[in-house]
Design a protein around this ligand. Structure first.
Ligand SMILES: Cc1cc2nc3c(=O)[nH]c(=O)nc-3n(C[C@H](O)[C@H](O)[C@H](O)COP(=O)(O)OP(=O)(O)OC[C@H]3O[C@@H](n4cnc5c(N)ncnc54)[C@H](O)[C@@H]3O)c2cc1C
Length: 474
């Protein structure tokens, strides 16, 4: 959840090499370990802050359309929004397995960030281009909120990356100065300054991105529903797509109906492999998050959190925290136990978040290390969400299939709040054939490192986390 160009250690490289070799066994393994829809229910703070949301009806019967979007998160609604504005005459349907924002878009840490993860090209012109692209993406989100008068809690007063090691802090300081020299407003904050605004312990300095912030994704996605309907989009909720048959017209099978579409969008991120796509590119990573009840003025003062929307740290088992306008402190990650990969790409987290009580206790203790006294704060919400992770942490946007009619935007790792909201513009431009402005960006028709099939995938994750003591940095 911070900028990083991709630097790999020897162990990482050895594991990547082994993964590449074992990935060659995919054709056999894909038959032995089939996947299907597997989705649990959102229990996040963000969803709880949409108490009046009424989901729509499922699809019943057979329909035809120009574009069928699978998935009702940021990717799905962003594509529906931009596509239906560009092509008001085309019939667009959106199919969501549960309710809008049921997935990661309604379960994340709320950090609305610049940058993309897994960048390998750190030439100044590329850094500036990527920053400007994501900055424009955040501006577009805010414009949409304003244009349609959506009730979406958000703040854009900057987020921080904490550096927990003196040397890394020095390097980050230098990098922030290099950014400034090319017009990126990264700002190094030393401890004396930081402690007046956010009194974090165990930190040697932080980098502020003043153009980033925090947003309630469930309010954004669900708030867009009437806007999309007004723009002519047909939304079917409680409608999982069970099967996709490709052709010049694509057939989607749902429990009570069928859709014949000229083109489709995979807006299913971490759930995508369950549809049989990108099984060698993505793995779903479960991540736990909790939120306090709204803090009182005294509690905030005691905590020493006066400014900034949130922070993440520089460690592999990355932790991140935001403070909402309503005063809820949201915290995620922060220990190996707060992340899990489940055999054969399971995307539903078994049990309730309370059954992962020891993981949450460990997370609270990490939070306490940064913000002493915070462990005593009352926890009001605990939830788990599914990230879509690629081995090199790069996200992928493109079009595939013999008929070039399967569009996708997936694998955002921990940076999807901004990027998935940009995806609607990218995919609409790709559909139109005028996507020049996106070409050359790290996600545009990006390639990926292959991930081995089961049982090597599960085993590889266990070895990676046990051997290196790391969780995959998201
Ligand atoms: C715990 C957690 C914390 C995160 N924190 C941050 C953060 O602070 N900042 C940040 O930038 N990013 C963060 N992310 C990542 C970000 O939330 C995601 O990248 C982003 O929301 C992805 O949006 P999406 O629309 O592509 O996918 P999702 O929001 O996951 O939406 C996919 C939708 O597809 C539906 N679906 C799945 N299968 C089917 C099917 N067969 N048929 C129909 N519908 C289907 C699902 O129900 C779901 O609603 C976090 C993610 C998690 C899980």
């Amino acid at each position: 959840m911070s900028i990083e160009t991709h630097k790999t250690s020897l162990t990482d490289r050895a594991l990547l090499g082994a993964a590449g070799l074992v990935a060659k066994t995919w054709p056999i393994a894909a038959k032995i370990f089939p996947e299907g829809p597997d989705i649990d229910t959102n229990q996040s703070l963000w969803a709880a802050q949409t108490p009046d949301y009424q989901g729509g009806q499922p699809l019943k019967g057979t329909i035809s359309c120009d574009l069928a979007i699978i998935g009702g998160g940021f990717t799905g609604t962003s594509t529906a929004y931009h596509f239906s504005r560009r092509y008001p005459e085309k019939r667009v349907v959106l199919l969501e397995a549960k309710s809008l924002a049921n997935g990661a878009s309604g379960r994340n840490g709320g950090m609305m960030l610049n940058w993309v993860t897994g960048m390998t090209d750190d030439r100044p012109e590329m850094l500036k281009r990527v920053y400007d692209t994501t900055h424009a993406g955040i501006q577009t989100i805010l414009e949409i909120v304003q244009r349609h008068n959506l009730k979406v809690s958000h703040r854009v007063d900057g987020t921080l990356t904490f550096y927990t090691d003196r040397k890394r802090a020095e390097a980050a300081h230098q990098e922030a100065e290099e950014h400034q020299a090319i017009g990126i407003p990264s700002q190094f904050i030393d401890m004396a300054t930081l402690s007046k605004q956010l009194n974090a312990q165990g930190v040697y300095g932080a980098v502020l991105d003043p153009n980033s912030g925090q947003i309630n994704g469930a309010q954004l996605v669900r708030g867009l529903r009437p806007v999309l309907v007004e723009q002519g989009v047909e939304i079917y909720e409680n409608t999982p797509v069970l099967k996709i048959r490709e052709g010049s017209t694509i057939t989607l099978t749902t429990p009570q109906g069928e859709v014949h579409a000229k083109a489709i969008v995979l807006g299913t991120n971490g759930y995508t492999t369950r549809l049989g796509y990108f099984r060698d590119a993505l793995f779903p990573l479960h991540s736990h998050v909790f939120a306090t009840a709204p803090l009182t003025e005294e509690q905030r003062a005691e905590l020493g959190w006066k400014a900034y929307a949130g922070y993440s740290d520089d460690l592999d088992r990355i932790s991140y925290s935001t403070l909402t306008n309503e005063g809820n402190m949201v915290f995620g990650g922060g220990s190996n136990q707060s992340y899990a990969y489940l055999f054969n790409n399971r995307t539903a987290y078994p049990g309730t978040p309370l059954s992962a009580a020891s993981s949450f206790r460990k997370m609270q203790s990490t939070m306490e290390d940064y913000l002493p006294g915070s462990e005593r704060l009352p926890i009001a919400h605990r939830w788990t969400g599914t990230l879509g992770i690629t081995l090199k942490r790069n996200n992928l946007m493109g079009v595939r299939g013999d008929n070039r009619n399967v569009f996708y935007a997936i694998g955002y790792c921990g940076h999807g709040v901004t990027l998935a909201n940009i995806s609607g513009q990218v995919l609409t431009d790709m559909y139109s054939g005028d996507d020049e402005r996106w070409r050359g960006l790290p996600f545009h028709h990006a390639t990926y490192a292959p991930i081995p099939p089961e049982p090597f995938r599960w085993f590889g994750y266990q070895v990676f986390t046990k051997l290196t003591g790391k969780s995959p940095r998201v």
